[in-house]
Write a protein that binds this ligand. Structure first.
Ligand code: 3SL
Length: 237
């Protein structure tokens, strides 16, 4: 059984793994886990706001919340942005969340053809890696979202944390998996500090995102497995 890490969606090769795990620590996959743990029915991801709005218009009024982020900010006119702290049970319980973000949704789309697609963050790391240990898919691709095609420290570090928890059963299939593990080993005891050092972390700090960084650094907080059930739609397993 082999584990592969890809730093960005652009680096993902042709082919299909048995299981794909998408990571966008700051903040899409942290937000998706938080929304589902807070009782959202599902999170449907969209690359374009136009597609999001069209699907939103097909639902009965009040059933869905439209969430959109660009450049780290909530898009004006949408119900929610991409701060996980806004996805509280009183806001999202029983609702469909239609979400469009800069990079996380693109990473999800890149592997959406895989038979199993999960999303992982530090907040739900334990439950994701336990599931993989139980199911033992032959090939696992861990895909970082990066930022506009470039490497992101925090996504690769989380990929390394997945590698760390699975490496007793899995062989590391590429150099990126070895590098991700080394990166995680360096920062594992101070993830928040790593986020503060990361370029996207600094971008979010300039937008008053310090509380988001602290939250995204919490390990094993949520027992929720976001799993793609139909194309682009994530539900709690
Ligand atoms: O790019 C993304 O998908 C987002 O997670 C970016 S942000 O953290 O909401 O700025």
């Amino acid at each position: 059984m082999k584990l592969f890490v890809y730093h960005t969606p652009e680096a993902v090769p042709p082919g299909t793994p048995d299981c794909a795990i998408v990571v966008d620590i700051l903040r899409a996959t942290t937000t998706i886990a938080t929304a589902l743990a807070a009782g959202a029915e599902f999170v449907q991801v969209f690359a374009s706001l136009h597609d999001l709005d069209q699907v939103g218009n097909s639902y009965p009024p009040g059933y869905c919340l439209r969430a959109a982020e660009r450049g780290g900010k909530r898009v004006e006119g949408y119900d929610l942005g991409n701060s996980p702290l806004d996805y509280t049970p009183d806001r999202v319980k029983g609702k469909a969340i239609l979400l469009s973000t800069t990079n996380g949704t693109r990473a999800l789309q890149r592997v959406s053809h895989a038979p199993q697609v999960l999303t992982a963050a530090f907040v739900n790391l334990a439950v994701i890696t336990e599931l993989v240990q139980q199911q033992q898919p032959e090939t696992v691709w861990i895909v970082g979202s990066g930022w506009e095609g470039n490497f992101s420290l925090e996504d690769t570090a989380c990929a390394g944390a997945v590698v760390d928890r699975l490496s007793d059963r899995y062989e590391l299939g590429n150099d990126e998996a070895v590098a991700a593990h080394a990166l995680y080993s360096q920062w594992r005891h101070d993830l928040e500090k790593m986020f503060q050092r990361a370029s996207h972390g600094q971008r979010l700090l300039r937008l008053n995102g310090a509380a988001d960084l602290a939250y995204c650094a919490k390990c094993d907080l949520l027992r929720v497995v976001p799993c793609q059930k139909e194309m682009g739609v994530l539900r709690a397993l």
